[in-house]
Design a protein around this ligand. Structure first.
Ligand SMILES: [Zn+2]
Length: 310
């Protein structure tokens, strides 16, 4: 183990040596400016959650399916079919589970996922409990786009499509790949979003501040450990979802003890498989067994923390 770490350290040092390190020459003012565009403001956890609940839980699903592959021009039928699993099998299983427990969830959808699978949005909206949020037009990577104008074109196209398909203008934004460009925050602010759910500075709701100014948007932060894609499925590093759900349970227990919030982000094409669905079922049953858990959409949480006097 030690030798692996030592080797990794040497590779890291070598990497740093070869690469550009412009930050080493930045002044204190430049360093402050570098972090200023999207910062955490005040914590927005209320003194109590609705119904005197102790914790708010938002189950969220990024319905990527084939969109991110198509964005890169991927047309391999085999590769696309593994992503199609999200629409064919994953989403129906997830909706069934949510119905069984009678809990709401937020679904962030790249519009192209709905173009390819038009049946998904009506299926999500059927129960009347769930929310639909924006997750890009085709899961484009905002930092990789040519200009702010191009990012705005795709964002507007996505908002327009999802508004028409769902009958309601989405109020929540989650960046594709969770990646903001330098323009994203300004664009979603201009579009009038109530909240963002792409950043990761706190594990409770907070004010989203840009260059020292409150944007008026709520941030419902996510986290790379509170999602399954780095661990399960193709390229995943964990053979069993059981361990992952041990982590989620510990995160929930912590949020419950602190009286804050848990946001879990899952993907139908990954979590929709049998073994992770089994673990998700057990996890929801565990949370349901505790008193004082408020299951809510991200929209409900954002509205509540924004309206409550702190
Ligand atoms: Zn995604």
């Amino acid at each position: 183990m030690r030798s692996i770490l030592a080797a990794y350290f040497l590779v890291s040092i070598a990497g740093f040596g070869q690469g550009q390190q412009p930050g080493t020459k930045w002044t204190e003012e430049q360093l402050r400016q570098a972090v200023a565009p999207a910062r955490a403001g005040r914590k927005l956890t209320p003194k109590s959650w609705p119904g005197k609940a102790r914790v708010a839980v938002a189950l969220s699903f990024d319905v990527d399916n084939e969109s991110y592959l198509l964005a890169r021009g991927e047309t391999s039928p085999t590769t696309l079919s593994a992503a199609d699993f999200g629409a064919q099998t994953g989403l129906p299983r997830i909706l069934q589970l949510l119905d069984r427990y009678q809990i709401p969830a937020s679904f962030f959808i790249p519009a192209v996922s709905a173009v390819i699978h038009p049946e998904m949005i009506p299926a999500i909206l059927k129960s009347g409990r769930h929310e639909i949020g924006v997750h890009g037009w085709i899961h484009e990577s905002p930092p990789g786009l040519a200009s702010a104008a191009e990012e705005e074109r795709l964002l507007n196209q996505a908002i327009e499509y999802l508004t028409k398909a769902s009958g309601k203008r989405p109020v929540g934004y989650r960046a594709p790949g969770w990646a903001f460009s330098q323009h994203t925050l300004g664009l979603i602010r201009k579009s009038g979003f109530l909240y963002d759910s792409s950043l990761q500075a706190m594990d409770e709701p907070y004010e989203l501040v840009s260059n020292g100014e409150d944007t008026g948007m709520v941030e419902l932060a996510i986290d790379w450990t509170l999602t399954e894609t780095p661990y399960l499925g193709r390229g995943g590093t964990m053979p069993s979802p059981e361990l992952l759900y041990k982590l989620y349970k510990a995160e929930f227990d912590g949020a419950y003890a602190q009286g804050t919030m848990l946001v879990l982000t899952l993907h139908p094409h990954v979590t929709g498989h049998r073994a992770p669905m089994h673990e998700l079922d057990q996890f929801v049953a565990y949370m349901k067994s505790k008193p004082g858990v408020w299951f809510a959409t991200c929209e409900q949480i954002a509205r509540y923390v924004k309206d409550v006097q702190h």
